[in-house]
Design a protein around this ligand. Structure first.
Ligand code: SF4
Length: 489
């Protein structure tokens, strides 16, 4: 089937009806796909996702699809401008303000929201402190059950021209900021291959490179590469084998052993590394064993994320906030007894709680505070601000969430013009303002992440509380503050 045989109404961002499955979805992209059952390559398979988030599905034959009826606007907060579809850069927006935050409630936006008037001033800083690069969409050899990346089974490689365009903006920023970080994130960045990754790193001057890896591909040759390029290493592993069960290989086998093999190579070569763990079940009874596992591995810093609903991962359980708070308290207790590493989340809240207990100023940040734009550059040069998790997704209202493409405009231009070019950011500021006005945890949290709002609030950015912030901000603050109070001298 040639691309020409795909009807014109079927394009990225279009809303379509899948009659075989009797449901509607938004076209994420149209691309070659190998059917895992028949092993047959389908040249123009249609990748779909429910509007506003949900699990992706693939339709091999476009004949099964029909153009969906257009939705009618229903109120002042509803969408009224057609999206810029057919390209990877379409966007639109809609306003909203969320209701007050009450404990235990998960809030979605009001049906008839009032638009905030605070957006006349820009809130993104003129220069980021770091940039996230996605050198490949492919994840090898892992296929974690909670992964949110839509393209992880495809090998899209970043061309050198994208890295060169990014470096043209980053190098002057790094000249003023010796800590400027270029983070190579995935997919699995090592799946890019050493030669190509070296070519992508080459244009950058005066930056600190980091990789976040599943470590499965780490061997002596990779160790040489990491040392030669002075790369900071972060490993993704969820704990001992029985807590690492969601990290499986593409073959469906436990991924623990392959990751540990890579970690052993790093340790053997004396390469320091940090770790990021996803906790699917924040069981307080497991907190000590979880912590000691990482202490024995000798990680320098441990970041802990409670599993969240994001992207194509809509199957995660929502953790009980009381249990989550007990988990964080138990983790802080264990860390205090053996503080051999930096425990990222606990450290943040200990600093905050210490300031509260000493009566220091902990007022919420004002609306005028600047946010780091945190640009994420996808393999094709598309740039998504503030939220790496949104890269690769397409939405009826927001298009593909990108601010632009570095192959067309410089990254410095995209950062400077991000708020003018990217309407979803305005809707996100509405959500942050609603959090500031209503949530007692805002001074610590600062308003949390766009992707969690988007995926948990049916495709809107202006809701407030999410299950993510309940377990990872509110329960964290509560649990660790409890620990600090208990151990106050
Ligand atoms: S995102 Fe942060 S500030 Fe907003 S409701 Fe959640 S905890 Fe509160």
């Amino acid at each position: 089937m040639s691309r020409k045989s795909v009807p014109s109404w079927l394009h990225e961002g279009a809303r379509v009806r899948d009659s075989a499955q009797n449901r509607e979805g938004i076209v994420q992209f149209i691309s070659e796909w190998v059917d895992p059952t028949t092993r047959k390559a389908i040249p123009h398979a249609i990748f779909l996702r429910p509007e506003g988030g949900g699990r992706e599905w693939v339709v091999a034959d476009h004949q099964a699809l029909r153009e969906a009826e257009p939705r009618r606007p229903t109120g002042p907060g509803s969408y009224s401008r057609p999206p810029l579809i057919g390209s990877r850069h379409g966007r639109s927006t809609a306003p909203g303000v969320a209701p007050p935050c009450t404990p235990g409630a998960i809030h979605a936006p009001l049906a008839h929201p009032k638009r905030s008037t605070m957006h006349s001033a820009f809130r993104l800083a003129a220069k980021p402190r770091s940039v996230i690069m996605q050198p490949t969409t492919q994840c090898l050899p892992m296929d974690c059950t909670y992964c949110y990346l839509p393209f992880r089974n495809m090998k899209h490689l970043m061309p050198a021209a994208v890295a060169e365009a990014v470096a043209a903006a980053v190098n002057p920023w790094a000249a003023d900021d010796p800590a400027f970080e270029v983070v190579w994130h995935g997919g699995e960045p090592l799946a890019t291959g050493r030669e190509h990754l070296a070519a992508l790193m080459a244009p950058f001057k005066g930056v600190q490179h980091s990789v976040q890896t599943n470590a499965a591909l780490v061997d002596d040759a990779w160790c040489e590469f990491l040392m030669e390029h002075g790369v900071h290493v972060g490993v993704s592993i969820d704990g001992p084998a029985d807590m690492n069960t969601h990290r499986i290989t593409l073959a469906g086998r436990p991924g623990f052993r392959v990751t540990m093999r890579g970690i052993e190579r790093l340790r053997h070569r004396g390469i320091p590394y940090s770790a990021i763990a996803v906790v699917s079940d924040p069981d307080p009874d497991n907190a000590a064993r979880f912590y000691e596992f990482f202490a024995e591995l000798g990680v320098t810093t441990l970041g802990v994320n409670v599993e969240e609903e994001e992207g194509v991962n809509t199957g995660s359980k929502v953790a009980d906030p009381v249990r989550a708070a007990e988990f964080w308290a138990a983790l802080a207790d264990t860390w205090r007894g053996n503080p051999v590493m930096r425990l990222r989340e606990v450290q943040r809240v200990v600093n905050f709680a210490g300031a509260v207990l000493q009566g220091h100023e902990t007022a919420p940040l004002p609306a005028s505070s600047l946010w780091d734009p945190l640009p994420t550059v996808a393999y094709d040069g598309g740039v998504v601000m503030l939220s790496p998790e949104l890269a690769g997704f397409t939405d009826l209202r927001f298009g593909d969430f990108t601010t632009g493409n570095v192959l067309k405009d410089g990254l410095d231009v995209l950062v400077a013009e991000a708020e003018k070019r990217t309407p979803w950011i305005a809707e996100f500021w509405d959500g942050v303002d609603a959090c500031r006005a209503t949530c007692p945890t805002f001074a610590f949290c600062g308003g949390a992440h766009p992707a969690n709002r988007y995926f948990e609030h049916g495709g809107r950015m202006d809701g407030t509380r999410t299950s993510y912030c309940t377990t990872s901000k509110i329960a964290l603050l509560e649990g660790v503050t409890r620990h600090v109070r208990t151990h106050r001298p």
